[in-house]
Design a protein. Structure first.
Length: 163
């Protein structure tokens, strides 16, 4: 069984205020993939992560440009793959530099290109439970992801049922 962490938020402000994932997820070369239906709060969660990385500007979803870069303590690469049909489309935008580069990649709709994702990463699945209620399920992949998940347990609120 894959280990995971599960918790809930009851408002966008609660989601935005979550403690950011600890280093190395949010340090150079870190990758966090976000999944969930439209309106689930992926961008809101990324706004909080960017703030935790020292970015004090406004974070918007890069739906039409695919990548927004923000300057925090490390470069923040906010990627939105909603309009990407398949992995082949990403070869032209230099996805390797984004997913495996010196910045932190925070990727919405990461499940659209599973074959391109780094082996060490965090996966955040957001489920809509009500108008403002969300359930987050965080999984770690690879040795690095498993270590990060252990560190997250120390800083994030958890619901019963997480392993």
């Amino acid at each position: 069984m894959t280990a995971f962490l599960r918790f809930r938020t009851a408002s966008p402000d609660e989601t935005r205020a979550l403690p950011p994932p600890p280093p190395p997820a949010l340090s150079r070369g870190g990758f966090v993939g976000f999944e969930g239906q439209l309106g689930s709060g992926k961008t809101v969660a990324i706004q909080g992560a960017a703030e935790g990385l020292g970015f004090d500007g406004y974070v918007t979803s890069p739906s039409f440009v695919i990548v927004n870069e923000y300057e925090g303590r490390v470069p923040i690469l906010h990627v939105d793959l909603y309009r990407v049909a398949d992995a082949e489309e990403l070869s032209g935008i230099g996805y390797r530099e984004i997913f495996f580069g010196d910045g932190v990649a925070l990727v919405e709709w990461a499940d659209r290109v599973p074959e391109l994702l780094p082996p060490d990463r965090l996966r955040v699945v957001i489920d809509i439970e009500g108008p403002n209620d969300r359930t987050f399920t965080v999984s770690g992949f690879g040795d690095g992801g498993a270590r990060l998940l252990t560190r997250l347990r120390e800083s994030w609120p958890q619901d019963e049922g997480g392993c």
